[in-house]
Design a binder for this molecule. Structure first.
Ligand SMILES: [Zn+2]
Length: 326
């Protein structure tokens, strides 16, 4: 007994050493708590490819998400089999953007849009909406509850009425099905905000194990409310983040980003835009979160294809936009 007591410190030391060795070999959990995986990203000129790539087409069992290069504006097309969703419709400051956007949708075979989501009433999100509504057969339009007095907003409402589109005011908690994918409205959580940007519809799209969070132009006021509501859930935890408000400094707070913990951050903004987007501080924050950053101002339209497990991103470059104008 006495001998055992004498040896006790040595036994404890050996146990401690063994434990720390085992601890060191424990796998480090991936950021965000999702499955560890590496998205495949193809950037012509940076990853060995030359020339302008073809627009990737989803195979059976896959969906495609197209972050369309609409300059200093937003437009994302989601194709799931024959089901179509368009989140925001860009702005049409000139004929070039109008031609590119409409031609891009038509070339993807779009005739009917099952869900048109208009995140909020600013012109860089709904500017193209009247043309889209008058050109395609839009079945449903999910729209932010906060109205605007602008002519563009009035024209959009007129187009919705003239074409007998089913208008659905966005309601947090509502869920929808788009083919094999589902999406849920997560924000905005109030009907009215001082800043129209905060009224943006925020929605999460899920397909298999993969998820994309679309945030419109939501800023920190709306983000804080969502963080408070969803902090004990995994609702905001997504693989891909469409970065809020074109990556301005007033969005993508650390608290919000920590909950989303994206693997890929997608920024939609114009080349040399007058707003200074993307903001350096937010780019650094995204880098700190170990997100791969893709930007429409640098990479052109970005197409994501996923089978619910793997994710592949193809950047179509500015050259694609030029060639698509014809
Ligand atoms: Zn915007």
């Amino acid at each position: 007994m006495k001998r055992t007591l004498k040896l006790l410190p040595y036994i404890l030391l050996i146990c401690t050493l063994l434990f720390s060795l085992v601890s060191c070999e424990l796998p480090i959990p991936p950021l965000g708590g999702g499955d560890p995986f590496d998205p495949v990203i193809t950037i012509p000129g940076e990853s060995g490819e030359d020339g302008v790539p073809d627009v990737p087409v989803a195979k059976a069992g896959e969906i495609s998400i197209h972050f369309i290069d609409v300059d200093q504006a937003d437009a994302a097309l989601i194709l799931d089999g024959d089901k179509v969703m368009l989140i925001d419709a860009g702005n049409y400051p000139n004929d070039e953007h109008k031609a590119y956007m409409l031609k891009y949708l038509k070339e993807r075979g779009v005739e009917t849009i099952d869900y048109l989501v208009l995140t909020h009433a600013h012109g860089d999100h709904i500017g193209g909406a009247p043309e889209v509504i008058n050109t395609f057969d839009v079945k449903n339009c999910i729209i932010s509850k906060q109205p605007h007095t602008s002519k563009t907003y009035e024209k959009t409402l007129d187009a919705l009425e003239d074409n007998e589109v089913n208008v659905i005011p966005a309601e947090a908690g509502d869920t929808y099905t788009l083919g094999s994918a589902t999406f849920e409205i997560l924000g905005a959580l109030r009907e009215e905000y001082e800043d129209l940007n905060d009224s943006s519809v925020v929605l999460r799209l899920d397909f298999g194990k993969r998820s994309v969070l679309f945030t419109g132009d939501a800023e920190t006021v709306s983000e804080e409310e969502m963080v408070e509501k969803y902090k004990n859930t995994d609702k905001l935890d997504a693989d891909v983040l469409k970065v809020g408000h074109h990556c301005s400094g007033s969005s993508t707070s650390q608290a919000f980003l920590s909950l989303v913990s994206p693997s890929v951050a997608l920024i939609s903004c114009g080349v040399n835009n007058s707003y200074g987007h993307p903001h350096r501080t937010v780019l650094d924050r995204l880098g700190g979160a170990r997100a791969e950053i893709l930007r429409t101002d640098l990479h052109g339209t970005v197409v994501m294809i996923t089978d619910g497990e793997e994710m592949a991103f193809t950047c179509l470059t500015k050259a694609h936009k030029t060639s698509a104008k014809d």
